[in-house]
Design a protein around this ligand. Structure first.
Ligand SMILES: [Zn+2]
Length: 168
């Protein structure tokens, strides 16, 4: 690794630390020539094959930019977006493949985005899945409703219990 200060061809590793999620290693280095210290991050390569056939390296930054548009005017923070991009990366890395289709990334975005904000999800999914008619939106809304009812089913049960008790 070249020294970024004096371009010396070698550097010495002083310390290596694995990130919390285990996806990267951070190394503290020192240049034996000028003595300057710098750090490097090492990650396993992950590439994306776009629909056009172009191959590029996976970037959380691109995920965030792609989703940010759908989140305009919604109560979604930059750290929400960063966390979403992290979840997407974890999902695609978990497939065990080092090269993935752009399509799989879109799929991996849908679930965490739905949990984050339903309106942003509808916007993103309508573009990503190319919805063309009201029926497409209707079908998606029905899925969202069913998911929400399922998630709230325990609460609903409790509420009914309370109601039954007070009715007596
Ligand atoms: Zn140097």
């Amino acid at each position: 690794m070249h020294c970024p200060f004096c371009r010396h061809a070698d550097s010495r590793v002083m310390d290596s630390r694995t990130s919390e999620d285990g996806a990267s290693i951070r190394r503290r280095r020192q240049c034996p020539e000028c003595g300057m210290r710098f750090s490097t991050t090492e990650t396993a390569s992950l590439t994306v094959v776009k629909r056009s056939g172009v191959i590029e390296s996976f970037s959380r930054h691109k995920i965030v930019n792609g989703v940010r548009k759908a989140c305009q005017g919604r109560p979604v923070s930059e750290s929400d977006l960063a966390l979403l991009a992290q979840k997407v990366e974890e999902t695609v890395r978990a497939t065990g493949s080092s090269q993935i289709e752009a399509n799989e990334i879109g799929l991996a975005i849908l679930e965490p985005l739905r949990n984050l904000d339903e309106v942003a999800f509808m916007r993103f999914a309508s573009v990503y899945q190319g919805w063309e008619s009201l029926a497409d939106f209707e079908a998606a809304i029905n899925v969202l409703r069913a998911n929400r009812e399922y998630a709230e089913s325990n609460e609903t049960f409790d509420l009914n219990e309370t109601k039954r008790l007070t009715d007596r």
